[in-house]
Design a protein around this ligand. Sequence first.
Ligand code: HEC
Length: 154
Amino acid sequence: MKILRYLLLGLALVLIIIQFVPNELPAVEMNNPSDLLATDQVDGEVANLLKAACYDCHSNSTKYPWYSHVAPVSWLVAKDTREGREEVNFSNWSDYDMMDQLKILDDVYSEVEEEHMPLPIYITMHSEADLTPEQRQKIMAWAESTMDIIAEEE
Ligand code: HEC
C-alpha cells in the first residue's frame, strides 16, 4: 500500500512538473483574408463541415479546448496542429497556386473517402467531427467539382 501511495505521489508530481514545460501550441489568427471560407469556392453546408471537422488542425483559426493547454495532451495537440497546418492550411488557400489547390482537393477527397481524416483521436473528443457517410460524400463531391472548376479556369 505504501508503494502505491508513493507511486501516485510521484505521478502527481510528474504531472505538475511537466506543466512548466512551455507549451508550443501554434498561434491562433482569426483574421485570414486568404481563407478558403472567404472565397466563393465553398458553400454553406460543406463550409460548415470543414469548419467543424478540419479547421482546428488545417487553419489558423484553431479552437483550443481547455484540456489542450494541459500537458501531456498539449504536446499531442501542438504536434497535430503544427503538422496539419504544414500539410494543408485552408487559411492560406488563395495563396496556393493552382497545382497545389488541385493536389489538396485530390488529397481531401481520398483522405475523407478512406476515413483517414479527421484524425480518429480528434473524433473521440469532437462528436461534431464524426462525419456521417452522407457528410463525407458531400465533402468529396465538393472537392471533385471544385477541381473541375479550377481546371476549367485555366
Ligand atoms: C486533429 C487534427 C486534424 C484534423 C481534425 C484533421 N486533420 Fe488532416 N491532417 C492532420 C495531420 C497531423 C496531417 C499530416 C499527417 C498525416 O497525413 O497523417 C494531416 C494531413 C491531411 C492531408 C494531407 C494528407 C497527405 O498525405 O497528403 C489532408 C488532405 C487532410 N489532412 C485533410 C483533412 C480534412 C479534409 C479534414 C476534415 C474532414 C482533416 N484533415 C482533419 C491533422 C488533422
